[in-house]
Design a binder for this molecule. Structure first.
Ligand code: GAP
Length: 516
């Protein structure tokens, strides 16, 4: 049995081998935490985006989309708080010259203590077998209790330091815990400093005073600054939402786990504007709606959980993450935040413009409160890949690698294959492809044995393979081979369209979401 880490490595390798994800500018040895999507990756990513966009805009008459520019006036980021507070605490090791996030070093120390406890539990489980009571063991074993006490003390000290952003205390914890640099093995640390995560560049010529501008670290602010534009031109009535999909940039220091944490990534965000006082009702509504959106894909209900935030950002009055079970544990894929009226008020203050909504039913003006749903396209892509990748042992000792992608997301929906490259079969196969290609992303493959062709399509998650054989020329039927079961059916060519449509139709998913 492969470990989760080995499986994850295989998924990363598979993404490269089958044209899903490549390291950026690979011929120059790549660029840290930046990735390119290949021919299959971009189709899968586009299908994810389409599924999100339509679930927002088609299913809600009161949600519209926009596409704001990546560059925004620099005051935007002053108002939003990103210039002053979008920071990570960093520390350098003087010997290796490597830079680390101080909070991550401490969290890794906490994880080490957890590992020690887990090892004690695993050892005891082996010893006691069936009768082992883990909860009881954790409550009574002296070694576990000792580790737990250490963990609790460190966690409390660390949480306090992070809440107060006490940089001296973070350094002191690193020294007291005797944390060493993994490269140099020394404790020769610098002080902890704040490091802003925004990338900046200059607009205009430097000679006559270029303006320092930022690459947006979130798409949300493009929505807030357009609140009045959309509300007025769209005659939108509160409650209403604005959705947007676009690139965001963060100079992540600890960038790892493939496309999970990137420096250039894509977000799908929706800001829902509501009456003050109604925000917690809407927060609950969006939590449930977003979970249904995830679950409708059928990746496995048990792979999702909410993680409610105990420590809230100063502008939020409720926040939760939707976490997905990746090979490296439950991880945040989406955040749902009740952001009060913080952003609109800040933009009103910094721009000097009145950003309010006149509510005709209440006959009063107010600054709407906001519920935000924010999901990373790349993390969604990763969760789909991780849960779809399967290595199967087949009868006769053979193995196959298959992506059990939800058909609605599969990059290629069907592949048409002539059994042989002669006797008019390729022409017939091309005819079928021409019939299907306007509605479904279709491939044509005539190279190698049918078995090998099936494997190639399995590896990219194509739900249907359609084989044209000599009988097809007489009976106008083809063999349809199903990806997941590998079973085959003889199907009339005239039935193909509806067979595929039924399987890849997003309407089925939308109904599931709406009906709950
Ligand atoms: N507007 C709110 C916001 O940006 P966030 O929790 O910082 O909130 C939202 O980001 C989502 O964006 C995350 O749940 C994650 O899916 C994605 N995301 C954030 N940073 C990322 C990164 N460095 N690489 C990939 N995805 C990222």
């Amino acid at each position: 049995m492969a470990t989760q880490e080995e499986t994850f490595k295989k998924i990363v390798a598979h993404c490269k081998e089958y044209g899903f994800v490549f390291p950026s500018s690979e011929i120059y040895d790549g660029l840290g935490a930046v990735y390119d999507y290949g021919q299959n990756g971009v189709e899968l990513k586009n299908n994810i985006k389409r599924y999100w966009w339509d679930a927002m805009t088609l299913l809600h008459e009161n949600i519209v989309g926009i596409d704001a520019a990546i560059f925004m006036h620099p005051t935007t980021w002053k108002a939003s708080g990103h210039v002053d507070a979008f920071n990570d605490p960093l520390i350098d090791n003087r010997d290796s010259k490597k830079r680390y996030r101080a909070d991550v070093l401490i969290e890794e120390q906490l994880a080490k203590i957890e590992d020690k406890m887990q090892k004690e539990v695993d050892k005891a489980r082996k010893r006691f077998g069936e009768s082992f009571d883990e909860a009881m063991f954790r409550q009574t074993n002296p070694r576990v209790l000792e580790h737990q006490a250490k963990w609790d003390a460190l966690h409390e000290r660390y949480s306090k330091a992070m809440n107060a952003m006490d940089l001296d205390e973070l350094k002191q914890i690193i020294l007291d815990e005797e944390i060493v640099c993994p490269i140099s093995g020394t404790r020769n640390w610098t002080d902890v400093r704040q490091f802003n995560l925004m990338f900046s560049t200059e607009m205009g010529s430097t000679a006559d005073g270029a303006m320092k501008i930022y690459l947006r670290p979130e798409t949300a602010q493009g929505i807030f600054v357009n609140f009045l534009n959309v509300q007025k031109t769209g005659r939108m009535k509160v409650p209403f939402g604005i959705a947007q999909i676009g690139k965001a940039f963060r100079n992540e220091i600890v960038a790892r786990q493939f496309v999970f944490r990137m420096r250039e990534f894509e977000q799908m965000e929706m800001q829902f504007f509501v009456r003050p006082g109604e925000e917690l009702k809407w927060f609950e509504h969006w939590k449930q709606f977003r979970l249904r959106w995830h679950k409708a894909l059928g990746l496995g209900d048990e792979k999702y959980r909410f993680h409610d935030h105990e420590k809230l950002a100063h502008y939020a009055n409720a926040a939760t993450d939707i976490e997905f079970l990746m090979p490296f544990g439950f991880k945040e894929v989406e955040g749902i935040h009740s952001r009060t009226n913080f952003d609109l008020s800040q933009h009103a203050k910094y721009s000097g413009k009145k950003i309010e909504y006149f509510d005709p039913e209440l006959n009063e003006s107010y600054t709407p409160f906001v519920i935000e749903t924010s999901i990373g396209v790349d993390r969604m892509f990763l969760s789909v890949m991780c849960s779809s990748y399967k290595e199967e042992q087949l009868e006769g000792g053979d193995t196959r690698v298959v992506l059990n992608l939800p058909p609605v997301l599969a990059p290629v929906k069907c592949c048409v294959m002539p059994l042989v490259k002669k006797d008019g079969l390729p022409e017939k196969a091309r005819e079928i492809m021409d019939m299907l290609k306007f509605d479904f992303h279709t491939q044509y493959d005539e190279k190698d044995s049918i078995g090998k062709r099936y494997r190639r399509q399995d590896a990219i998650g194509t739900p249907f393979c359609i084989t044209v054989d000599h009988d097809t020329l007489n009976d106008n039927c083809v063999t349809v081979r199903y990806r997941d079961t590998m079973t085959q059916d003889r199907v009339a060519i005239s039935e193909l369209h509806s067979l595929i449509q039924k399987a890849v139709d997003p309407k089925v998913l939308y109904k599931k979401i709406v009906e709950g």
